[in-house]
Design a protein around this ligand. Structure first.
Ligand code: FES
Length: 67
């Protein structure tokens, strides 16, 4: 799909679609290590659990609530 969208944790090679099957960011991180390496994806994963969406603009304005 479109490269300009953020839709995965690059460090653990999991798409947000895959991570969505967990109940929370904490559960997903405990199971996969997502968000624990560079942490660049952390606000996106939190926004994913809050919004139910699984891909985001790099500059999504809602991210400021999850940094
Ligand atoms: S991209 Fe998710 S921890 Fe680096």
């Amino acid at each position: 799909m479109c490269d300009s969208k953020v839709n995965r944790c690059e460090c653990v090679h999991k798409t947000f679609e895959q991570l969505k099957s967990f109940d929370s960011f904490e559960a997903a991180q405990a199971a996969t290590g997502c968000g624990a390496e560079c942490e660049g994806c952390t606000p996106y994963i939190k926004l994913m659990f809050a919004s139910g969406e699984s891909e985001f603009d790099i500059e999504d304005p809602r991210l400021t609530d999850y940094e």
